[in-house]
Design a protein around this ligand. Sequence first.
Ligand code: IMP
Length: 193
Amino acid sequence: MFVLATANAHKADEMKAVLEEFDIVVLERPASVPDVEETEDTLEGNALLKARALVDATGHPALADDTGLFVEHLGGRPGVYSARYAGEGASYDDNVRKVLGELDGVPASQRRASFRTVICAAYPGGDSFSVEGVLEGSIALKPQGEKGFGYDPIFVPDLDRGRTLAEMTSEEKNAVSHRARALRALAVQLASR
Ligand code: IMP
C-alpha cells in the first residue's frame, strides 16, 4: 500500500488506473498534509523530495511523480519548470501559449519534444528507488483536443496518427503515456523486491 503524493486529480486518476492493473493499492494524499515546494533542479530530485515528505508526514510508503516537457528547439525547456513556465500561478493555457509562441515559425521537423516522468517510491526507514517513463513526440502547430490536461493539447506522440494526447481517451493515453510507462516500470521493480 502506498500513499500518493500528487494533489492533482488528473494525475491521481491516471496513476490509480494503471496501478490497479498490477493490484497495487494506493491512497490519496490526506488533505491535512501540505504541498511540498519543488526546489530541486531535476525530476529525480523533486520526486524524491515529495515522496520523502509524505513518508515523514504519514509513516506509510509513498509514491511521488515529477514530470517535465522537454522541447529540443528550446534547449530542453520547459523541463523541470513545466508547471510554472509562464510564471508563478500560470494556467495550463498560459504555459501552452508560451511554448507555442517560442516555437512560432519553427517548422514541423524541428519541433521534437519528449515527456519524461520520474516516479519515486520511498519507505519509512529511508529506503527509496526511482523509475522513469519517456514519451517521444513533437509539438503541434496549434492546440488540438479537449481531453487530458497540461500540455496534452500540443503534444503529438510519434506512435499515433498525428493526434495530440488531448484528442485521446484516457484509456488511449494510459496505453502510451510517459506516466503509464513509469508506472509499469515501477510495477516491475516492486514485483522483484
Ligand atoms: P508535475 O511537476 O509532475 O506536476 O508536472 C509539471 C507540469 O507538467 C504540470 O503542471 C503540467 O503542466 C505538465 N504535465 C505533467 N504531466 C502531464 C501530462 O501527462 N500531460 C500534459 N502535461 C503534463
